[in-house]
Design a protein around this ligand. Structure first.
Ligand SMILES: [Zn+2]
Length: 415
């Protein structure tokens, strides 16, 4: 990777004295077909009175799988749901459930929000936590981060946790029971690592952040190359590799990059959309995938960034092949009012939003324009763009001809 731009990274914390602590990875990862059945001793090492936290679907699936472990060890367990959302009210209720059961361990199952709720619960109670993802929709089973929503599902804020889970049990048998759509969403969420990390941290000179950004590129390439095959062959080797990519590698990148390697516009757009009730039928990763296109569209329309334009066209083709949404209509939002669109854009442009990690200023009106034009034909397309390979699997390119003023990012979206 060539760092031809030596301007210091915009990250405010890049002083040796103020480096934030890292929570890189779970202490242990057990994975495999029927991995739950192999995890009994590891779970029992962490506590004797587990509280199992999950959603209705995930709980019904894992309770039968865990029952022999509870019996064998033996462990005294109770269960609680995270309904209606990963919210402050839910957390208060779950804390009461911990007290009622005198739990000394949290075991969490679910696709994202349930894991976030359980991790934050464990952190708040000072208890160890085991995560058992029931789908590959997010990397929440890995990370030391929880997103908090309102009871109605509107994103409010995120909380950094002191550590990653004590144990992650990646059971392919369980994940294979989840709707295919959850893996598609996980692919969208994982893709964002590259498009966001390369913008927020692409010019960092810090070794671990350089490594995180490069791994985000590797992750994107793996997903572009293997996702179609994985979705055609659920449960098979290529499918397991893509599950590992979305649940494990995406989490590892977040861990390695740490608090300095932040999300940018794609997640900010997601956060804004969660404030529209009409958007609640779609999954986190679906909104984030659409948000990547919005981010690229901003780079294209505000900076005239032709690589962003080409990357957007490439992703639109990829999204169509695997079933990710490219437009508001694809998200079921074709009938939202101008006022709703403006509200979502305002939330996304909140002063504290990560959207302001873009190397240029964005106001809600510009964001709205980008949100309604994610599938527009490339703007002002000329020059060498056509000659650059747009093959989805071609990972050769490394140099950026990026033209976004002096803030050009050292990254290629075409590789
Ligand atoms: Zn995400």
């Amino acid at each position: 990777m060539s760092h031809h731009n030596s301007t210091p990274c915009s990250a405010p914390n890049e002083t040796a004295s103020g480096l934030p602590p890292l929570s890189i990875a779970p202490a242990r990862v057990i994975r495999g077909v029927r991995a739950i059945e192999q995890a009994g001793d590891e779970i029992a090492r962490l506590g004797r009175r587990p509280l199992l936290v999950g959603g209705d679907r995930s709980l019904s699936l894992v309770v039968d799988r865990l029952a022999p472990i509870w019996q064998q060890q033996p462990l005294t367990w109770a269960q609680a749901t995270y309904n209606p959302d990963c919210s402050e009210a839910t957390l208060a209720r779950l804390k009461q459930a911990v007290a009622d059961h005198q739990a000394d361990l949290i075991v969490a199952t679910g696709g994202g929000k349930s894991l976030d709720a359980a991790k934050l619960l464990a952190y708040g109670c000072g208890l160890p936590v085991v995560t058992i993802p029931s789908s590959a929709a997010t990397c929440a089973a890995w990370t030391a981060l929880s997103n908090i929503y309102s009871d109605d599902g509107a994103f409010l804020y995120d909380v950094g946790l002191a550590k990653c889970p004590d144990l992650l049990v990646l059971d392919y048998t369980l994940i294979a029971t989840a709707p295919q759509r959850t893996l598609v969403a996980g692919i969208g969420d994982a893709l964002a690592k590259w498009y966001e990390a390369s913008v927020s941290s692409g010019r960092s000179e810090q070794t671990l952040i350089v490594a995180a950004v490069q791994q985000a590129r590797v992750l994107r390439d793996l997903l572009l190359q293997k996702s179609v095959a994985a979705l055609e062959r659920p449960g098979e080797a290529v499918w397991r590799e893509v599950v590992d990519a979305t649940v494990l590698l995406a989490g590892a990148i977040g861990g390695l990059g740490g608090a300095q390697c932040r999300t940018v516009a794609a997640h900010a757009v997601h956060n804004g959309l969660t404030h529209l009730s009409a958007a609640h039928g779609t999954l986190h990763g679906e909104k984030v995938a659409y948000g990547i296109l919005v981010q690229l569209r901003l780079e294209e329309t505000i900076c005239g960034n032709q690589l962003a334009s080409a990357a957007r066209q490439q992703l639109i083709e990829f999204y169509a092949a695997i079933g990710l949404p490219s437009t508001l209509a694809d998200l079921g939002l074709e009938n939202i009012t101008l006022g709703e669109l403006h509200h979502a854009a305002q939330v996304a442009c909140d002063p504290k939003s990560d959207i302001h990690r873009l190397p240029f200023a964005v106001v809600p009106e510009q964001l709205m324009a980008a949100m309604v034009s994610t599938n527009a034909p490339p703007e002002n397309r000329r020059g060498g763009i056509d000659s650059i390979s747009r093959d989805l699997g071609d990972a050769a390119g490394d140099d950026s001809g990026d033209v976004c003023s002096s803030d050009s990012q050292d990254r290629s979206d075409l590789s």
